[in-house]
Write a protein that binds this ligand. Sequence first.
Ligand code: SF4
Length: 217
Amino acid sequence: MRSDMITHYILKKIHHYYINKYFSWLMSEQYRSDTYAVYEILECRAKVQFTRALPFTIASNMVQPSSIVGMLLHEGFSVIFEDECRDNRVFSKSIVVDDREYTINGWPDYYDGTRVIELKFTTHVVREPDQRHVKQVRMYMWLTGAKEGYLLYITPRRVHEFKVREPMTDEEVADLVRNWTSPRDPAECTQCMFRNICPYCKAGVPEYKQTEARVEA
Ligand code: SF4
């Protein structure tokens, strides 16, 4: 009897599916420097540049079991709510910032013509919504014209629902594009895979120990 690991097969299939569905545009370099996804606009500018230059690094984030659970949860969610979100697709909207036109693309987890719902899976205790996630829902509301927005956190023990009141305004979106810093928040650097090569990293770099540098003759 063969004893090949089935894990390789399963994960390869999941990763191919997910990358083809959500990141093929990145892999084929079919993107422009004035076109961004919502999730890109909300994260560190340098990280977006690194990811666009090194698109296969996306896959390395997907081997964590919590990421796998998150991916499967999202796909299950989209299948279950397929009818309600029949017109769900990639939404695009343009905005002019300092005489340059930018296109913002986004694909909310759920949009039924009225409501946007963004699903998050986390193993952490949720006491209040992450402000970056709130901005994401507000930006989807701006993009789609949705009247209501919700953040739904699924954790192993609880489900938390937060209502998001207002869409982002054109001025707020323009401000995010205009003042796009690296990082947006120093906390981003602690989990960032590029922290050891990034000149803008705000996370402490571990001290170099002399013993590690010793070369045996
Ligand atoms: S290390 Fe920090 S500044 Fe550099 S890419 Fe990552 S998040 Fe951005």
